[in-house]
Every structure is written in C-alpha cells, then in structure tokens.
Design a protein around this ligand. Structure first.
Ligand code: FBP
Length: 551
C-alpha cells in the first residue's frame, strides 16, 4: 500500500499516556478496591462463574512495581467489527511488554478468534508494529466474528496456548467478545490452565460502557468521521435546497452514534431508537413525526432537510421488534430447513405457520427488499444484520405516502425529493483521532499491567477521559461485574449488559431541548474533518456525549 504524507506523519505520532503510566512499568504499583457484584442476576452469574465471580476492582498507582518479573508469551486477538485504534492497543501492549522484559513475545492470532483455533498466527515484532502505529483498520492481523464459546473450542485454545507456552490472551472486542473472554477465563481457571484472559473494550457503537468503561474505543473517531460527512451533506442541502437526505448511521443496537452525530451537526430530525421503543412509536407514528417536520419546513419555504436514522431502529419499532424476535426464534430452531426451501412462496408459507398472525400482518406490509433483508443470515451472535437493512429507504417511503395523503387532504403543498445514504464502513477504519490513538495505546499498556500482576477475567479500563490525558486513571474491572442474563438465540445467556442511550442522561436531554427548533429551522452545524495536528482544544477534543456525561 502506498504511504500518504499523513500516514507518514502519523507513524511519528507518540500517543500520550496518562501521567501515572508515563513513569514506566517499574514505577507502577497496584491497588485493589472492593469486591464486585454482577450488574443484575447476581446469583445466577455467580453460579456460572464460580472461579471468577466477585473479584476485586483494580487500580494502578504510582509506586514500585511488585509484579513478578518473567518472560511472557502473550497472544492477542482482534474480534468483531473494525474500530479505529485497534492497532494502537496492540502497540501499547507490545511496548509495555518489551519495556518489562525484552525477551517477552507477542503472538498476533490472525482473522479474529478463529486464529487461535486454527493456530494461525504471526509473531509480532517491533518492525511490524511500527508499520501500523496510529493507523486505522485491523489489517495488522485481521479480525473475525467467530465466537469462542464452546468447551471444545476452549480445549483447543488451551492446547494452542500450551504449545506456545503462552501465559495470557488479550481479546480486543465488543460486549459479546468480552462476554466470551470472561467465559474462557472461567474455563481456564476451572481446568487449571495457566493462561490469563484480559479484554479491551472495542466498538464504534459506544454501547460497551458502564461505571468503569466510560467509552469503548473507536466511537470518537467514527462519530467524528460521520459528523464531518453529515455536515457536508447539510451544507450541500442548504446550498441546493432541493433534497431531503435520509442518512442511516451505523450502530447495531444503541443509538449513541446517531445521538452524538446529531449533537455535532443539528439535523432536522434524528430518531433515537431507545425513545422510539419507550414511547411505543410504530411505523405510522414515525412517519407522522418526520412528515410534520417536512411540512413545517415547507411552510417556511424549505423543501429540504436532513434526517438521521440509527441503523438499529428497525429492532426498536414495537411491531417490527416483535416480528424480528419471532423470526429469530424460528430461525434459531429451524434455520437450516428454512434456508433450504427453494421458493419465496414456500418460505412465506413456512413463516405464516411459524409466526403470530399480528407479526405476519406486519411482515406483509413491508416492501419485498426489507422482507428479504429481515430473513438474511444472522451474525454469529444470532443478531439481525441491521447494517444490511435499508431502513432509511423504508422510512422515506412511508413518509412519502403520508405526505401524499396529506396533499390529497389539501394540508400540504411542498416538494419532497428524498436521497439516501448509509455511513458505516466509512468510519470504522479511519485514522484514529488523537483521542482514540492515546486511549487505545493506554488500554493496551494497561492490559499488559493486568497480565504482569496476574489478573484474569478483567477488562482493561482507563478512566477520567473527559479530562486531559495527564489525569486519566488506569486499572481493571472484573468482566463478571458487567454481566446480566439475557435471552439470546432462544436461550438465557450471561452477557455483558449493553449500554443503550439513557433517556434521562444529559446527552439525550440536551438533544431533546433543541430538537424542536432544529426540526423547523435550518440550524445545521458543520464540525469539519478530524484534526490530527494543531491546538489541543481542537486536535484532542473528544465527543460531546462524553463531555456532557461528565459535566
Ligand atoms: P462490533 O460490535 O463488533 O464492534 O461491530 C459493530 C458494527 O460496526 C455495527 O455498527 C454494525 O452493525 C456491524 O458491526 C456490521 O458488521 P459487519 O462488519 O459484520 O458487516
């Protein structure tokens, strides 16, 4: 790959570590806090994790290191969707490991969790790592969505670890991958396999967050990238004054990405899935809500606008949610049989027999392409692949019908020309912002500290992120603390609790206070491109969400 001048300059960028970590591994001591409990379903989770439940919070502090000095062999895995900064997690892990002992070895398992099962790896050297410092993407070792969850897989992982004399595995992933990291840590402990498992919080979706994880890495860069694009579309819309742009934004379940981008760009409409669910807004109510804005703007002479649609919305619209749940249960039980049915009519017949009458009615009302998209293969975690459902087109379609109806009733006389966009993959492999570059490097560095102090079943945690890097604090949280029991693929499973948008939280409330005005007026805001150089208040600034949450 040709190297651009920016990439060259980014190779030179030295990620900033929190002041407390800058002294080097020798000068970092550990402090343990309180014993932890699961987020909910405590009893059930403690039964499922008898060896790793209830462990203590861990904080790193200034002081002489008491970690055992030894040669480590650590395996690292990138899991799930790309998120800007993954390479820096590996670089931080590598640098801390080598600082501790130059003899230590880092193995990068290729193509995600399947890499360890196939023993497909490369030994990561300084030369390799240097080619990826501060770059986006996961191409250093690749990623994948294979789930590490069965006992058979754990046995293979243990054998591979033994073969390489590995003493730790770092799994860089989202809520599902880190849930599996916790199950693997429990299995290793229960079976006396001397391999520690440490997770790092990754996902652009921003839904792996809680009291201990303020944000997952990648959210900052992805939302800045999308906000730049939305700002550009808004400027274009306000120049041409002829299109309504329906922009679907990635974020599989939670609407954090959509909300942050709305705070950055002030679109006319931004739907928040969590609110849609809470208010029980069906497709008709959503159509009315958007059509009201189109009409209000038309009356001011503005036949253009911008609507942000979170990718996961479709799963939060009550009637569609029920339909998807029923399809999920059906496919979980009879997926193979269903896929083999040769004709669409036979598939419809099968669904008519399997789904409730109400759900089948909703299914029949949807356009054919959306019906097909709802039936596509689930991802390995049993989730609908919402990035492949064209919700933005579905919405503009129902809004058009609603406006036509209002036209016939003589209530509206504007023009409505929709344009559709989906911003998702554009933001997942961008050059990490300074925030993500620094945060990821610190997460990797902290992951090594957790290993050196012998912890397992922990998530690397760097906190105080709304403050300057100097003041960030590093530590670790037992993954079981973040768990509850949820129904997945037709079964009750222990999972890390997904953080949805808090409708009582400050980011949503700020949005709520302003959205009426934004729906009517043209209050667009263009944040521009990510700045990698220049004054810290511009180049190191993080998200509005994080700033508001920490006000
Ligand atoms: P992770 O949860 O693995 O970080 O991935 C999130 C995501 O980017 C979602 O926003 C999106 O729906 C999904 O990945 C797309 O998956 P794929 O890359 O398999 O198309």
């Amino acid at each position: 790959m040709d190297i651009s001048p920016l990439q060259k300059a980014r190779y030179e960028y030295k990620p900033k570590l929190p002041k407390m970590l800058r002294v080097g591994v020798e000068g970092i001591a550990v402090q343990e806090g309180d014993k932890t409990e699961a987020a909910s379903d405590k009893e059930k989770i403690s039964e499922l994790f008898p060896n790793t439940y209830g462990m203590k919070e861990v904080y790193f502090v200034d002081g002489e290191s008491t970690a055992e000095k030894k040669k480590h062999v650590i395996g690292v895995i990138l899991s799930g969707g790309q998120a800007p900064g993954g390479h820096n997690v590996i670089a931080g892990l590598y640098d801390a490991m080598k600082e501790d002992n130059v003899e230590s070895v880092l193995l990068g398992f290729k193509g995600g969790p399947s890499g360890i099962l196939d023993d497909n790896y490369i030994t990561l050297t300084g030369e390799t790592i240097d080619k990826y410092r501060n770059t986006g993407g996961f191409d250093m070792i690749g990623s994948g969505r294979t789930k590490l969850e069965t006992e058979e897989q754990f046995k293979i992982a243990a054998e591979v670890a033994k073969k390489h004399n590995m003493d730790a595995i770092v799994i860089i992933g989202g809520d599902d991958s880190n849930t599996n990291a916790a199950v693997l840590a429990e299995y290793f402990k229960a079976n006396n396999v001397p391999v520690q498992v440490i997770g790092c919080p990754k996902t652009i979706d921003g839904d792996l967050k809680n009291d201990d994880i303020e944000i997952s890495f990648g959210f900052d860069t992805a939302t800045k990238t999308y906000s730049e694009l939305i700002g550009n579309v808004e400027r274009d819309a306000n120049s041409a004054k002829k299109y309504w742009h329906f922009i679907k934004l990635m974020g599989r379940s939670a609407s954090h990405i959509a909300l942050e981008c709305a705070l950055q760009t002030h679109p006319n409409i931004c739907l928040i899935s969590e609110e849609v669910e809470k208010k029980g807004m069906g497709l008709n109510a959503i159509a009315d809500y958007i059509a009201d804005s189109v009409m209000a703007r038309a009356s001011l002479g503005f036949n253009f606008g911008v609507v942000i649609v979170p990718e996961g919305l479709i799963e939060f619209v009550p009637e569609v949610k029920k339909l998807i749940e029923e399809i999920n249960e059906t496919l979980a039980k009879h997926g193979e049989r269903f896929t083999k049915l040769p004709t669409w009519d036979e598939k419809l017949g099968f669904l008519t027999a399997a789904l409730s009458v109400e759900s089948m009615k909703v299914f029949n009302l949807l356009p054919l392409d959306i019906q097909e998209e709802l039936l596509m293969d689930r991802d390995p975690h049993g989730n609908v692949q919402v990035s492949r459902i064209e919700t933005e087109k579905l919405l503009s379609n129902i809004v058009r019908n609603r406006l036509n109806q209002r036209k016939q009733e003589g209530k509206y006389n504007g023009k409505f020309s929709p344009m559709h966009h989906f911003f998702g993959y554009e933001g997942r492999a961008a050059f990490p912002s300074n925030f993500d570059a620094d945060y990821c490097y610190s997460l990797g560095y902290t992951a090594f500290l957790l290993i050196s102090y012998g912890y397992t079943g922990y998530l690397s945690s760097v906190r105080g992120l709304a403050k300057g890097v100097d003041e960030w604090k590093a530590g670790g949280m037992p993954i079981t603390k973040m768990m509850d029991i949820e129904r997945r693929g037709g079964e009750d499973k222990p999972v890390i609790k997904k953080a949805l948008v808090d409708l009582e939280g400050k980011p949503f409330q700020y949005f709520e206070k302003h959205r009426e005005l934004w729906a009517r007026e043209t209050a667009f805001s263009s944040p521009g491109a990510i700045q990698y150089f220049g004054p810290s208040e511009i180049a190191d600034k993080t998200t509005i969400t994080l700033a508001l949450e920490n006000e």
